[in-house]
Design a protein around this ligand. Structure first.
Ligand code: GLU
Length: 484
């Protein structure tokens, strides 16, 4: 048997992190078994589906490296198939037309609520006579189509994550709507559970891997498979993603879609790696950094947790920084150029490339999220800098301005500063001024960068020198120091 799995997003929003994580598990499972990973866009809800969301979903999956083998297939192009299946269920007497109005359903629910019962459809139109149907039709009522659910049924399956799952027919809310009412058609817009089963059958899906929030749907869908005389696939329900308080991750947590993470400057490999760890762990659980390909070699459902997976920003940041630190300056520059351009820094991406790469090499080791590079590097792009309070304090230290002055004089004599020469200057100034090396280093950093913290000092100095900014910066520091 060839494993065939699918990711079936609804384009009613951007690619959700939960959907992306489900996509990751499907992809890993397919690749582990040399099977197929299929993309199906569930866009039957025409009022809520938007092409820009479809675009965002396809781009997000691609960005994460989740290449699919078939699709995208659009449900909106397959309505005929769902209609035929519905008609067949009607013909077999397994589905029927229900003419209840919204008010009647509302009344039914209110009465159930008053009796402290769970809301459900009470199957009242299951056995209408031909006369009753004709009377409703004559009133102009448009029916939905409901699939019969036997309250006495027990639905059981062996879930690949959760083990044996048992669901009572009576807990499924009564006969379920499989097609909406329609003004024009005998059979209106198909609903999720029907369309999914028809598609999963048609696409020969062997394993349905999806979020735990679909468990009740699975029970309903198993009944539909049976009614349609099809083999039931295997199911794996993956744990939900929770916030740090243990609630389902939502918009309130500030980020819900993959494009949000992209905008925040996370790398796709880090996100894919993190998504994999949200609910799964490799056999060697100390191993935390791995590619999707590596994870696919080891992936199985035995190592998928049943409990919800807590989303941990600190861990994601750490993972992202590990990926950033592994990058070569050349790769990093390519990613940083757009941020520098957006920040309005002036540079030529081609002719300035050598020093931009040097810059990337200098800041790379302390970078976590890409946009941080803007603040970290602004002093290399601008003529003057704003001196931070601590830097001004440093420049006020006894001997600090003399140190800066002495360095300036040395620099005037230097043609092209090398790191040896820079080290030499520091040594010489320390000796001449009879001060501690620490004072020279701290004062030089404060003067060059306007800050007391930052990346490697000598490397930063060399870049500023190369950019023709070092001397001006030291002069600016002397002036600021004397003005304070
Ligand atoms: N369209 C459904 C969703 O986005 C798919 C669920 C399924 O995998 O069956 O949740």
């Amino acid at each position: 048997m060839t494993v065939r799995v699918r990711i079936a997003p609804s384009p009613t929003g951007n690619l959700h992190i939960g959907t992306a994580r489900t996509a990751v598990f499907n992809w890993l499972f397919a690749r582990h078994h040399g099977g197929q990973f299929i993309l199906r866009v569930e866009d039957t809800d025409q009022t809520r589906s938007r092409p820009e969301y479809t675009q965002n979903i396809l781009e997000g999956l691609t960005w994460l490296g989740l290449n699919w083998d078939e699709g995208p297939t659009f449900q909106s192009k397959r309505l005929q198939l769902y209609r035929q299946a519905t008609q067949k269920l009607l013909d077999q007497g397994l589905a029927y037309r229900c003419y209840c109005t919204a008010e009647e359903l509302e009344e039914m629910r209110a009465a159930q609520k008053a009796r402290k019962e769970a809301p459900r459809y009470d199957n009242r139109h299951r056995h209408l006579t031909a006369e009753q149907r004709a009377a409703f039709e004559a009133e102009g009522r448009k029916p939905v189509i409901r699939f019969m659910i036997d309250d006495g049924r027990e639905i059981v399956w062996k879930d690949l994550v959760r083990g044996k799952v048992t669901w009572k027919g009576s807990d499924l809310g009564g006969d379920m709507v499989i097609a909406r009412a329609s003004e024009e058609d005998e059979i209106g817009q198909p609903l999720y559970n029907l369309a999914v089963v028809v598609d999963d059958m048609d696409m020969k899906i062997t394993h349905v891997i999806r979020g735990e929030d679909h468990i009740a749907n699975t029970a309903k869908q198993i009944l539909l498979y049976e009614a349609m005389g099809a083999a039931v696939p295997e199911f794996a329900h993956t744990p939900l993603i929770l916030n740090t308080q243990g609630q389902k991750l939502s918009k309130r947590d500030g980020v819900t879609s993959i494009s949000d993470f992209q905008e925040m400057g996370f790398l796709p490999d880090a996100i894919a790696n993190y998504m994999t760890l949200l609910g799964w762990s490799p056999p060697d659980s100390t191993q935390e950094i791995f590619s999707l390909e590596d994870a696919a070699k080891e992936f199985n459902f035995e190592r998928v947790n049943r409990a919800g997976a807590k989303f941990d920003w600190a861990k994601l940041d750490w993972l992202n920084s590990q990926y950033v630190h592994q990058m070569s300056p050349t790769q990093l520059v390519d990613l940083l150029i757009p941020y520098w351009q957006t920040a309005g820094f002036e540079f030529d991406p081609i002719s300035d490339r050598p020093w931009l790469e040097q810059l990337a090499a200098v800041i790379g080791p302390s970078l976590t999220r890409l946009p941080e590079a803007v603040e970290m590097t602004s002093i290399f792009f601008t003529q003057s800098v704003e001196f931070k309070e601590e830097a001004l304090n440093q420049l006020q230290q006894v001997g600090a301005s003399e140190v800066v002055q002495a360095i300036l004089e040395q620099l005037d004599r230097s043609e092209q500063l090398t790191s040896e020469e820079a080290g030499q200057i520091i040594k010489q100034v320390t000796k001449e001024q009879k001060v501690k090396k620490g004072l020279v280093m701290r004062s030089l950093r404060a003067a060059l960068t306007g800050d007391v913290h930052g990346p490697d000092l000598i490397e930063s100095w060399l870049i500023l020198q190369q950019r023709g900014l070092a001397q001006a910066r030291l002069q600016q520091a002397l002036q600021q120091g004397s003005e304070k």
